[in-house]
Design a protein around this ligand. Structure first.
Ligand code: ADP
Ligand code: MG
Length: 733
């Protein structure tokens, strides 16, 4: 039978095995199975020793059968087989019912996998998974036995046997595999071919083989990813957009004249870079990363103004309604009459700033859409609502995506597709990005960085308030809040939960929170006995208690949009002293008079989220203070994570910490879910050099000669990844 990578497993394995593999492990094709790598390898000397077992451990042990006895059970029907096994260090009991494994022979060695239980004071396994090692078992003759990610009905041995079936067919394996890495690249980097790598990974003779297989298989992942990105870059470069050169005496000049401050050097440099790129026909695709508070919005506004001056429209996509409304408001404020063209007091030389969000009343939205469609709105600010069908631009020249970490590549594309010709694209993120992430998740973009904060910032200091250990500190914190308010400042108090009836203990209904959440093993940081603190409860407690003399208001995602907007406006106008909120204030909210950020149950938030939250109070000339309130013991991993956040304001250091505490898939997954399945071995933390080399190779392969057409195997792998991404996107949508 001729098999290929795409042959369904139902045709090569038993139907039952194939079915459970598909259902429980999502392994459908030969490719899936060959790419289902061992998680680790068992060695004779390194198996869990019987004398070291703890009750409740799920382990695999290697042991020899010492005795077997089968008897009829007294309390119920059937038989019970008791097997004693030993490994020289200790012994344990295995029990099986109804003659299963009654045939085990004394002296046989086997691998036994199960959960350690206790019976009359002795450790035992009840009906463990058994793999008896027979004399001709070449699986066991090996020094390293692969242990696979398994499931309830598909044990590691079953996977091992199934893989072996594919690998043993030596002839077909070589034919089966199209090696996506061209021979020249393999040679240059000393990589084994794919068939060899898979054999070495699944059935290694020694650790060196595992290592060389890993290196090679990581290259697969990196090269396919980088080729995908390089192809995107190339396609974008080949499809001309429209040049949007600047014009003297236009909106941009008016903006510059209206700014109440002078630009930082960084803003000026990046501004010039953008101005030059916008003036070219080839569409700009640029990522602007800059610390929280570094002033990205102004940079974006200036780029938008240039595009309006050239006769085009600019769209600014924001992740939350609060942020979209704030942007629209502050852009309108800077532009003044220039942002109200067509209105009575508007300047006919100017344009219109239009807000478009999902919660607007139908009539308002209709009007906004009309202004977008006829081009009278030169600057359009909105949320996901901008992406919807039916939103048509007259001439979309520039797409700005704010807080990119909240959006995926698909959304970027959806907005880009609204231009008649590809618009220029600027994406902005305040979460500093480690180089590996920049090269992968954002690898189709050029990067600019704003490192400098505007002069005269007070800076922010942070402390952990460990209420479990030092309850009095919380009283001191509220006292500090009262002092700040007395000095004319304002305060944020952020809680993980809203606390209304619809609230099932979850956070706010903001978009995709996957990126900032703490790692799952740390979720227990706050005592599991109580739900996380809620906005409504905390606000009530503060009004009734320590902050009774202050104006305390709440803000969260389930308030009606007008109310949310009004509340935010009131806070910005200093009519509210203390705003108790969910993470709706996390991104971008800008009230320079706010100086204290109190985060309740801080352990419930991820590192980047905390850094973002803290960024809300470092925005003016006054010194900021961020208090991370937690019940987590200071010595716990959670406590230490919080201490690390408090100890540094270096976004890049924190980004790295964030990467360490999150799973790989989450990092990629937050931005482009489809890539997750492609990345199994590659580590964004450890493989920077490899990723960088793969990027260089991929770029060359894509740009030389006929590009990917000269490398059909790589092209096929790139296409498969694209399909995968598309599928995941459709699933999500
Ligand atoms: P972020 O980069 O986090 O999006 P913003 O664009 O919201 O930061 O800017 C933060 C604050 O700094 C805003 O209040 C903005 O008006 C102000 N700002 C921006 N650029 C400058 C500058 N060059 N000098 C002084 N203040 C500035
Ligand atoms: Mg911002």
């Amino acid at each position: 039978m001729a098999i290929s990578m795409d042959t369904p497993l139902t045709r090569v394995l038993g139907p039952k095995t194939a079915k459970v593999m598909a259902e429980q492990l999502a392994l459908h094709t030969v490719r899936d199975l060959l790419r289902h790598y061992p998680r680790r390898y068992a060695r004779r000397g390194e198996m869990t020793r019987l004398d070291g077992l703890e009750v409740g451990d799920r382990v695999t042990v290697l042991a020899q059968v010492k005795s077997v006895s089968t008897r009829r059970m007294q309390q119920r029907r059937g038989t019970l087989t008791e097997v004693t096994v030993g490994d020289g260090a200790g012994s344990m009991r295995l029990v099986f019912f109804n003659n299963r494994h009654a045939h085990l022979d004394v002296g046989e060695w086997g691998l036994f996998a199960g959960t350690v239980g206790l019976w009359r004071g002795d450790k035992q396994f009840s009906h463990p998974d058994c793999h008896i090692i027979t004399g001709d078992d070449d699986d066991w003759a090996r020094a390293l036995v692969p242990l696979y990610p398994a499931s309830k009905d598909v044990s590691s041995w079953v996977i091992q046997k199934s893989v072996k079936l594919l690998l043993d067919d030596a002839h077909s394996l070589e034919q089966l595999l199209d090696d996506p890495i061209p021979a020249t690249v393999r040679e240059r980097h000393g990589l084994v071919d794919l068939a060899t790598a898979l054999r070495q990974k699944h059935r290694p003779e020694n650790q060196e083989q595992v290592d060389s297989a890993d290196e090679r298989l990581k290259w697969d992942e990196a090269l396919v990813l980088q080729a995908t990105l390089a192809a995107r870059r190339r396609a974008a470069a080949l499809e001309p957009g429209i040049a949007r050169p600047g014009r003297r005496g236009g909106l941009l000049d008016a903006v510059d004249a209206a700014l109440p401050f002078s630009l930082t050097d960084g803003q000026r440099e990046v501004g010039e870079e953008l101005a030059a790129e916008l003036a070219r026909e080839q569409p700009m695709n640029r990522l602007l990363q800059g610390e929280v508070g570094s002033g990205k919005t102004v940079v974006a506004l200036r780029a938008m103004a240039q595009v309006v001056d050239a006769g085009g429209q600019a769209a600014l996509l924001a992740p939350t309604e609060v942020l979209a409304a704030q942007h629209a408001r502050s852009l309108a404020a800077i532009l003044g009459p220039l942002g109200r063209a067509g209105e009575l007091d508007g300047d006919p030389e100017g344009t219109r700033v239009t807000l478009l969000t999902g919660s607007q009343k139908a009539a308002v939205r209709r009007e906004a859409r009309a202004a977008v469609a006829d081009g009278s709105a030169g600057i359009v600010v909105g949320t996901h609502a901008l992406l919807q069908e039916g939103v048509e631009f007259a001439d979309l020249g520039l797409v700005v995506v704010d807080e990119q970490h909240r959006f995926g590549v698909e959304q970027r594309d959806a907005l880009r597709a609204k231009g008649t010709r590809p618009p220029h694209v600027l994406v902005m993120t305040a979460t500093p990005i480690p180089r590996t992430v920049a090269m992968t998740v954002y690898g189709d973009l050029e990067t600019s960085t704003l490192r400098q904060l505007p002069a005269g910032r007070g800076g922010v200091s942070s402390s952990v308030v460990p209420v479990g250990e030092k309850p009095a500190w919380l009283d001191r914190a509220w006292a500090r809040v009262r002092e700040e308010v007395a000095a004319g400042r304002q305060i944020y108090v952020v809680c993980p939960r809203i606390g209304d009836l619809e609230d099932g203990g979850k956070g706010d209904d903001g978009p995709d929170d996957a990126d900032g959440a703490p790692p799952p093993e740390e979720k227990g940081g706050t005592s599991d006995k109580r739900p996380p603190l809620a906005v409504l409860d905390v606000a009530e407690g503060l009004r009734a208690g320590p902050l009774s003399a202050l104006r305390v208001e709440v803000l969260h995602g389930r308030m009606p949009p007008e109310e949310k907007e009004a509340r935010m406006r009131a806070f910005a106008a200093a009519e509210v002293d203390v705003l108790v909120a969910t993470t709706v204030v996390e991104v971008g909210v800008d009230v320079p008079n706010a100086t204290v950020m109190v985060v309740m149950d801080a352990d419930r938030f991820g590192v980047s989220q905390l850094h973002q939250l803290r960024g809300r109070v470092a925005r003016g000339k006054h010194a900021g203070l961020c208090l991370l309130v937690t019940e987590a013991p200071s010595t716990s991993p959670t406590g230490q994570r919080l201490a690390a956040v408090a100890a540094t304001t270096d976004g890049f250091a924190l980004a790295r910490l964030d990467l360490e505490t999150r799973r790989e898939g989450d990092v990629l997954g937050a931005a482009q879910s489809g890539r997750r399945s492609n990345v199994k071995l590659l580590s964004l933390l450890d493989d920077e050099a490899l990723i960088a080399e793969a990027r260089v190779e991929a770029t060359t392969l894509v740009e030389q000669g006929r590009g990917l057409a000269d490398h059909p195997e790589l092209a096929a792998a790139v296409a498969a990844l694209a399909l995968d991404e598309r599928a995941t996107y459709l699933e999500k949508a």
